[in-house]
Design a protein around this ligand. Structure first.
Ligand code: ATP
Ligand code: MG
Ligand code: ZN
Length: 260
């Protein structure tokens, strides 16, 4: 079974909740064909940074946009063409996600610099998403500077971080920056409720509110918690219906600690 936060990951900008400035600006850039070559997405965890990076990768590569002027005006990827589908499935060779937490050093950046020069294999734009970018070493950042300033025209770099203050100013100034806000509880509650409805999870409003609050403003944490609690309830109660009404703050706390 697909975990909830993957299943309900937004596929277009308009599905991203609470980050209107980011979504509107990127959609406009898409409409006008003014996509930048280097972006920095920063802000709180579970607020949509990686999700937005993948949608942007689709926008840069969507084949329907390239042929259909009317569609292009939406500023969204089509999610139907081969490029969009492959990126969604994580199968696109030209969309490269690097976890800087485990690839921190200068060697990894040297590899990146070599590979970024090579034209894309199938898509029109090679997109590098560097997650946890603040974890790169000083030398790695230095090695990245030149590439960031002038990436090949066939490439796009998206740096992603929760800790802007740990990023060197020289790097930050070479990117177009987008701030992801911590999401209001109401927004998270709203999405959890609609997921519960679609998944036929029978859960009370107060339990949903507790789950949202325990997520601490992170959509991913809240959605994972809902996932765990509903599968726990599924094994505990009758198999046909998920009943989570008897979940209390105490149980949620236990689930959370187990998860850490
Ligand atoms: N703004 C949002 N609107 C709707 N769903 C969201 C939003 N942000 C996050 N989510 C949900 O949370 C999941 C995780 O989001 P994502 O990976 O984009 O977070 P992130 O900002 O990259 O977090 P982290 O900093 O921890 O990597 C998504 O799959 C999606 O289901
Ligand atoms: Mg992320
Ligand atoms: Zn497409």
């Amino acid at each position: 079974m697909l975990v909830l936060y993957r299943k309900y990951r937004p596929k277009v900008f308009s599905d991203i909740l609470g980050q209107d400035v980011v979504s509107e600006t990127l959609k406009n850039a898409g409409r006008l064909d003014r996509l930048a070559h280097a972006y920095l997405f920063y802000g709180s965890k579970g607020s949509g940074k990686t999700t937005t990076a993948r949608i942007l990768a689709k926008l840069a590569n969507c084949q329907k946009r390239q042929t259909d002027e009317a569609f292009k005006k939406t500023g969204e990827p089509c999610n139907e063409c081969q490029a969009c589908v492959e990126i969604d499935n994580g199968r696109a060779l030209d969309v490269i996600e690097i976890d800087a937490a485990s690839n921190r050093g200068i060697d990894e950046i040297r590899n990146l610099k070599e590979s970024i020069r090579v034209s894309p294999a199938a898509l029109s734009r090679k997109v590098y998403i560097i997650d946890e970018a603040h974890q790169l070493t000083k030398d790695a950042f230095n090695a990245l500077l030149k590439t960031l300033e002038e990436p090949p025209t066939h490439a796009m770099l998206i740096l992603v971080t929760t800790e802007l203050e740990k990023m060197p100013a020289t790097i930050v100034s070479r990117t177009q920056r987008f701030h992801f806000k911590r999401l209001p509880l109401e927004t998270i509650i709203g999405k959890l409720k609609s997921i519960a409805k679609l998944e036929k999870i029978n859960i009370s409003d107060s339990a949903i509110e507790l789950i949202a609050a325990s997520g601490g403003g992170s959509f991913r944490d809240a959605e994972s918690l809902l996932d765990q609690i509903s599968s726990l309830a599924r094994t505990n109660t009758d198999k046909t219906q998920t009943n989570t009404d008897n979940f209390t703050q105490d149980n949620i706390n236990k689930t959370e600690t187990k998860n850490k």
